[in-house]
Design a protein around this ligand. Sequence first.
Ligand code: GTP
Ligand code: MG
Length: 432
Amino acid sequence: MASPRAGRQPQNDGYRSLSLSGHVGFDSLPDQLVNKSIKQGFCFNILCIGETGTGKSTLIDSLFNTSFDDPVSTHFQPNVRLRAQTYELQESNVRLKLTVVNTVGFGDQINKEDSYQPIVDYIDAQFEAYLQEELKIKRSLFSYHDTRIHACLYFISPTGHSLKTLDLLTMKSLDSKVNIIPIISKADSISKTELQKFKNNLMSELVSNDVQIYQFPTDDETVSQVNTIMNGHLPFAVVGSTEEVKIGNKMVKARQYPWGIVQVENENHCDFVKLREMLICTNMEDLREQTHARHYELYRRCRLEEMGFRDIGPENKPVSLQEAYEAKRHEFYLELQRKEEEMRQHFVQRVKEKETILKEAEQQIQTKFDHLMLMHQEEKLKLEKKKRALEDDIAMFNKKKANAELLQTQAFVSTPVVSLKRDKDRKNSGFM
Ligand code: GTP
Ligand code: MG
């Protein structure tokens, strides 16, 4: 895999080369750089992806010759998580801030469809955090704890067959974000001939699926030869152990079996030494550089383009940050206006609809009211008619009553004695 390595070609077009007639002192610049870097310390972040129990923690312990006391995971995780732990290590006078990120529960779910997503999200989140720091007005990149992943050790189980779909999918979705170094873990459980076949199968599968794995750089002549040879040994088949066994008069890291001993650091037994050499001794700085210059650069470009920033305008003219910002602002303003107009139209439409509904309701109420008024009028007329008839009846009755009273009075005046006597007789006979 050829990779663009930025800033390695000296640019001397248009400049004159002059010779110095005496010592000036800028030949100490590399030493100054080294001193400064040593003072500042280094950081290195490793991501270990692999199924539960594939030997991730044991290998990291073996690689750094220490015990990180990483807790063991169960096979019952509902989803894939990432666990990051940072350590301060020192070798001679060089301080290393090492962050080891382990997948937890990888490959343990029945549905493994989105198993790689939390890993992608984690890597992106570290890039995003760095980008946000870079975009701040007051940046503190010098003291910033850079958590971007520099190397991804991808643990492949020693099945002897081929890559699992989950491995292919995961590597494919990560290859533009991180330096993938595939390794065959627990290589002591596969025979020598099977191992070579397995390695060939894996590599041809990676190539046919266009999965870009990290290639040790061959453009620096001091390491090009060893790196070229090591690229031919990928993927490394490793054995890890925290156990020490006495071989001759030396204690060595090994795994002891009834039929023999597998020595971790014996190149005839596994590729552990090759991995340690390549990862830590020879290419650690290249891994850091590639992360910044290639993977982060890609992330940054996509994110800034997403935000609307461009280097060149429509007619291939260079666009300044200010112009890009103004263009984005204008675009945003137009979008805002469009949305405002859309909302206004929507509002007018809704008001019109409501008005029609209200008008219809008003019409209905008016019709009902008219109908009720008509009924009321009719009722009123009927009642008035009845009232008049009643009044006539009352008048008639009063007239008749007056006549009757008159007649009674007249009768009483003409026969007073007879009637009194009659009354007396009625009382005496007990009728009253
Ligand atoms: P989790 O973090 O729980 O997912 O496990 P891990 O991937 O960190 O695996 P760990 O290093 O805890 O190892 C799991 C088991 O495998 C332990 O019993 C180790 O001793 C054993 N083991 C680790 N490396 C090797 C190896 O290279 N070969 C063999 N045969 N066994 C190994
Ligand atoms: Mg572990």
